[in-house]
Ligand binder design. Structure first.
Ligand code: C2E
Ligand code: MG
Ligand code: MG
Ligand code: MG
Length: 293
């Protein structure tokens, strides 16, 4: 019966693939109820200035607490949501939370609020015809200044369709900055830097991983800083895990970084503590505290 439908015979005859498909379907079905059951939440990973690690912004990262499986990685459930279409609803939920949070920080901290509150936008969201209008309505409703927000999109998402590129242009016209995420790992085309109104380029962790060795990755990291400087785009090094990497990136000309070496993704309350700490810093310097360690 089932095996005659669609000609997906390979999956049918491979028990492991069959099991994976079943798990995928089950998890997918669970995911479609995650918002209603209050199982999703956001963490915010700090983006910092090099070399001192001063707080510069955050990236919102969604988490799913599954009732039986515990925390499921977005590396698993985001692709799943993209396949079953739930990403549109999930993405809308994320956007609403992030814009509300950004507006709250803007009200509370004024010009000391995070300069960058980044949110990941998936290809499917960009292709929704009403997406820019929906974004504009959310910004107005929550009273958020769009200049404090960054839309992270991947090369592959933008190159997917003409509609996606138009959406990115519309987002940019609303006043948000656009970041090209995981740069260098998608269907990279340097012409994207010509056609797409990106103000930020996030250099993928896979290149940062090799930055302290004599490697092709290190050459790419150095070349990208030359490109971004020439184009007056900001570069953010992703996935910085060691002091050596941070130091090497700074010497290469990087001013911004993100990674476990500086901070893990945190609940919003902990971000507030970081903003408070940064606010206190100039006073400490004035006291002549010397080396901060
Ligand atoms: P991304 O946008 O490139 O986000 C950065 C990922 O790298 C995050 O993984 C973050 O926790 C991780 N990371 C940061 N620093 C380090 C480090 O030093 N070492 C290592 N090993 N990892 C580091 P996470 O949160 O698991 O998210 C994975 C991906 O899932 C994201 O990659 C993004 O593509 C997607 N994603 C997460 N949240 C959302 C969302 O709200 N919407 C959409 N559409 N995608 C999301
Ligand atoms: Mg991202
Ligand atoms: Mg990234
Ligand atoms: Mg990445």
């Amino acid at each position: 019966a089932a095996k005659s439908v669609g000609g997906d015979r390979w999956a049918w005859f491979d028990p492991i693939m069959d099991q994976l498909a079943a798990t995928d379907a089950l998890l997918g079905a669970n995911l479609m109820q995650a918002i209603g059951r209050d199982e999703l939440f956001l963490l915010y990973q700090p983006i910092v200035e090099l070399p001192d690690g001063r707080f510069a912004g955050v990236e919102a990262l969604v988490r799913w607490r599954h009732p039986e499986h515990g925390l499921v990685s977005p590396a698993v459930f985001i692709p799943l949501a993209e396949r079953n279409g739930y990403i549109v609803e999930l993405g809308r939920w994320v956007l609403e939370q992030v814009i509300r949070q950004a507006a709250a920080w803007q009200r509370e901290y004024g010009d000391r609020a995070p300069a960058k509150v980044s949110v990941n936008i998936s290809a499917r969201q960009l292709q929704e015809p009403g997406f820019p209008a929906e974004l504009a309505a959310l910004l107005a409703r929550e009273g958020a200044d769009p200049r404090g927000l960054v839309a992270e999109v991947t090369e592959t998402a933008v190159l997917g369709t003409g509609a996606a590129l138009d959406a990115v242009k519309a987002i940019s016209a609303l006043g948000l900055r656009v970041a090209l995420d995981d740069f260098g790992t998608g269907q990279s085309s340097l012409s994207l830097l010509v056609d797409c109104p990106a103000q930020i380029l996030k250099v993928d962790k896979s290149f940062v991983d090799g930055v302290t060795t004599a490697s092709p990755q290190a050459v790419i990291v150095d070349s990208l800083i030359a490109i971004t400087e020439g184009l007056r785009i900001e570069a953010v090094a992703e996935g910085v895990e060691t002091a050596e990497q941070a130091e090497r990136l700074h010497r290469a000309g990087y001013r911004l970084a993100q990674g476990f070496h500086f901070a893990r993704p945190l609940p919003a309350e902990d971000v507030a503590l970081l903003i408070d700490a940064d606010r206190a810093r100039p006073a400490q310097d004035g006291v002549g505290a010397g080396h901060s360690g």
